[in-house]
Design a protein around this ligand. Structure first.
Ligand code: ATP
Length: 306
């Protein structure tokens, strides 16, 4: 029997590894691939993140030479602060997060974390220092516990539950017949987009990275779910340097700085009230968004009244 057990056990490990690789690949694709040429420099040291300052210095980038995407982008996020990146579709917002992960290399300029150019450090240490809450979360076809634990596999069950509580998903989990042992995904419970995102937030809280990238969902959420997710995101970004690719007014209003990106350049920057007063691109975006939100609210009230 033992002769049968060993290969079966081995197959279990292989299955687990394939499953992990599948998720990592899926997440990588959610950032639209990467340049496989990027290697650690010989003798690269691990990134040290005592504070968590992120800086882009005159960054120029193009996926293909004839089409520049970022054209001289400079900004600094101080430790623990939140910067919101806004701008029209295709402006280059997600490209900024891909460059921060070093999935691509800028053609000019530098990106630094706590003064260390990310091009000079070990990629493994760079990715360990950054947490990502993507727009569309991919969960493992496994239990909720496994999905949260992936953030830090050595964490205790108490820590998993605490992360779920901070991510505002614990109450929902406790209503499930098998609680944390409930299977999700293909062969298990189907979670809504908002629930999946909160599981991803719990995973990130457990990972505890000093730098965080949040890619807000563009898809419409009902206002209750939006509030719950916003609260969860506020918790996870507390005390961490955070870059938000922002689509929601509630996020931008509270950001320490908003940068408005248009065709690869920062066209406006500042706090919400200063940008409104400036009455430029941001103010126009804000007013348009507010009209859309008001129209949606009126429509929802009308539907509810029927
Ligand atoms: P959205 O709000 O729609 O997500 P964005 O501001 O995040 O847009 P990016 O995803 O950064 O925009 O893309 C900027 C531009 O770069 C787009 O025009 C896009 O088509 C192009 N682009 C993105 N990824 C690649 C790629 N791998 N190869 C070539 N072009 C790309």
């Amino acid at each position: 029997l033992i002769q049968l057990y060993i290969p079966l056990n081995f197959m279990g490990t292989v299955y687990r590894e394939i499953k992990q690789a599948t998720l990592d690949i899926a997440q990588m694709f959610s950032l639209i691939g990467r340049d496989p040429e990027i290697q650690d420099k010989p003798g690269a040291l691990p990134l040290a993140v005592p504070a968590g300052e992120v800086a882009f210095e005159d960054v120029h980038f193009a996926y293909v030479p004839e089409r520049p995407i970022l054209r001289g982008v400079s900004f600094k996020v101080l430790p623990g602060q939140t910067i919101a990146i806004v701008g029209p579709s295709g402006a280059g917002k997600s490209t900024i997060s891909r460059l921060l992960f070093r999935f691509y290399e800028p053609q000019a300029g530098r990106i630094l974390i706590d003064g260390q150019p990310i091009a000079d450090v070990q990629q493994v240490s760079l990715r360990a220092a950054i947490g990502m809450v993507p727009q569309d979360t991919v969960l493992f076809n496994d239990t909720i516990e496994y999905n949260i634990l992936y953030g830090r596999p050595e964490a205790s069950m108490e820590e998993v539950a605490e992360a779920a509580r901070l991510a505002q998903i614990d109450r929902f989990i406790r209503t499930l017949p098998e609680g944390y042992a409930t299977s999700v995904g293909e062969r298990g419970l189907k979670l809504s987009g908002g629930e999946k995102q909160r599981v991803a937030i719990a995973r990130t809280i457990l990972k505890g990275p000093p730098v965080l990238v949040l890619d807000e969902a563009t898809s419409a959420l009902d206002s209750f779910t939006e509030k719950e997710i916003q609260d969860a995101l506020d918790r996870v970004s507390e005390g961490r340097t955070t870059l938000v690719i922002a689509h929601r007014l509630s996020t931008v209003v509270n950001a320490d700085e908003i940068i408005v990106l248009d065709r690869g350049q920062i066209v406006e920057r500042g706090h919400h009230r200063d940008l409104l007063a400036a009455d430029g691109v941001y103010a126009a975006m804000w007013n348009r968004q507010r009209e859309v939100d008001e129209a949606k609210a009126t429509l929802q009230r009308a539907t509810e009244a029927e």
